[in-house]
Design a protein around this ligand. Structure first.
Ligand code: NAD
Length: 482
């Protein structure tokens, strides 16, 4: 890739079916080169208001379309996402800095999520209820909220866009989307494809710009009937406070510090590659990154040595090179994470690998895969979402200590349990406080519609599954005297 690449121009607002950009320009930086590759003409505060108004105007007609028709439009949208997967993958990969193959996989997952919601659109049901006497009739229905605000982070924009937009639209809501100002391009392109698929103007609107200004105005807008927020714990708190002004319902999908518990009977040939992938995929910039290795003390040296060898072999480079891992997304993340590593070392954590730029990568925001050994119980680095390729290693003496370490953070997103012992696996699955448990694997691969649940400060949502679609509906109870 040439460092003198062309900078493309994009509009940030999509209101009532038309792109425009009336706010100040904002550069998007290629993280591998630390140079701008695109400029977004952002949205203004007035655009937020116009987008909510457009969504309101379109919402009744969209809610009254037959669910099967809504599903058909979403199904066409899913097909267009697959048909355009190479273009969409390049937008996501360059913007976030992830390898093209990873961007492609993310776009394919996004297409599958839209397809799932399309099929479920006409299968959301209420209930008929038992009555005290035969001259009563009672039932519940599921109704869309109206206008949903969806505010997203930059790390996996296509997947998170699909997993929030598709169920919201399938359930009959109209939407104002605020993608992250750091990586909005793939979502802008997906919004175009939704309209090519037949989505009526006004049903899906976009505002793009800086979060504390535009995101805050959107979340606090009195015309918004439901807020879905995906992002950091700190911003999630602000979003919840802001939504409280109008008592707007909120769903929060926040950060994580997910443990990988490796017991002495685990199959290390399967464990080690998963530990490496779990912390280097997307340069560790995933909410469910497996960022804490908790390992039985008896096998700790062997596991650590093998993980270090695996992490050392990770090929690091730019999005369009044949590599396993890209840079961090921007200078702010690079500075922040280098600071965390420095602090952790000054408080006794031992640097086993990385902690600096990989060889030959003097430009861009690269950080080599990094491993820190932590011996002090409750060291701050094991309770802090780093959001980079930084793995901490701690040991345990028995199952009780493993459980205490696993539960010893404020987060509760994913926990992975590696053991051949079914009773131990199921016991850990019961006792670990997390929204998702993976046994002898990392993450949710292989299961269709597995809910993306959260516990503790990781938030509250059950997105991505069939039940998650109901989060975009409100239940109405009807009682009739015959
Ligand atoms: P962030 O919280 O900084 O920003 C998220 C979004 O909120 C962006 O669109 C931003 O512009 C907007 N925003 C910022 N301030 C706001 C405010 N005051 N009011 C309303 N909106 C505001 O997060 P990020 O750095 O973009 O993303 C990384 C975080 O996202 C990590 O913590 C990660 O764990 C989390 N994440 C969670 C999940 C999940 O499903 N649980 C998935 C992906 C990422």
């Amino acid at each position: 890739m040439s460092p003198t690449q062309n900078v493309t121009d994009h509009f940030g607002s999509f209101i009532d079916g038309a792109w425009e950009g009336r706010g100040h320009p904002l550069s998007l930086v290629d993280p591998a080169l630390a140079q701008p590759h695109a400029v977004i003409h952002t949205s203004t505060l007035e655009d937020v208001d116009r987008a909510v108004t457009a969504a309101h105007a379109a919402s009744r007609a969209w809610a009254r379309r037959s669910p099967s028709e809504r599903g058909a439009i979403l199904g066409t949208w899913a097909g267009l996402v697959f048909a355009n997967q190479d273009r969409l993958a390049a937008l996501e990969s360059r913007n976030v800095g992830k390898p093209l193959a990873a961007g492609l996989l993310n776009v394919q997952i996004a297409g599958s999520i839209i397809s799932y919601a399309a099929g479920a659109a006409d299968k959301l049901t209420g209930a008929t209820l038992p009555v005290r006497s035969p001259d009563y009739f009672g039932y519940t229905t599921r109704e869309p909220y109206g206008v949903c605000a969806i505010v997203l982070p930059w790390n996996v924009p296509a997947v998170l866009g699909a997993s929030n937009l598709a169920p919201a639209l399938a359930a009959g809501n109209s939407v104002v989307l605020k993608p992250s100002e750091v990586a909005p391009l793939v979502l802008h392109a997906m919004v175009d494809l939704a309209h090519e698929a037949g989505l009526p103007p006004g049903v899906l609107n976009v505002v793009t710009g800086v979060g504390p200004e535009l995101g805050s105005a959107l979340v606090g807008h009195p015309g918004v009937n439901h807020v879905s927020f995906v992002g950091s714990v700190a911003t999630g708190r602000l979003v919840m406070q802001n939504a409280a002004q109008n008592l707007t319902p909120v769903k929060l999908e926040l950060g994580g510090k997910s443990p990988q518990l490796v017991f002495a009977d685990a199959d290390l040939d399967r464990v080690v590659p998963s530990i490496v992938r779990g912390i280097t995929e997307n340069a560790g910039q995933n909410c469910n990154a497996g960022s804490r290795l908790l390992v039985d003390a008896r096998i700790a040296d062997e596991v650590t040595d093998r993980v270090l060898a695996g992490m050392s072999a990770v090929r690091v480079g730019a999005w369009d090179e044949d590599v396993d891992m890209g840079p961090l997304v921007n200078a702010a993340q690079h500075d922040r994470i280098n600071g965390i590593i420095g602090d952790a070392r000054s408080r006794g954590a031992e640097l086993l690998l990385g902690g600096a730029r990989p060889d030959g990568r003097e430009e861009g925001y690269f950080l080599a895969p990094t491993v820190l050994r932590v011996k002090e119980a409750g060291h701050p680095v094991v309770n802090q979402e780093i959001f980079g390729p930084v793995l901490t290693v701690e040991t345990f003496a028995d199952d009780a200590e493993a459980l205490a370490l696993a539960n010893g953070t404020d987060f509760g997103l994913l926990a992975c349990v590696w053991t051949q012992d079914v009773s131990r696996a199921l016991g850990m699955a019961r006792d670990i406080t997390a929204g998702q448990i993976a046994v002898n694997q990392y993450s949710d691969a292989g299961v269709i519609g597995l809910p993306f649940n959260m516990a503790k400060q990781s938030g509250f949502s059950s997105g991505q599954g069939y039940r998650g679609m109901y989060e975009f509906t409100r239940e109405k109870a009807v009682a009739v005297k015959l």
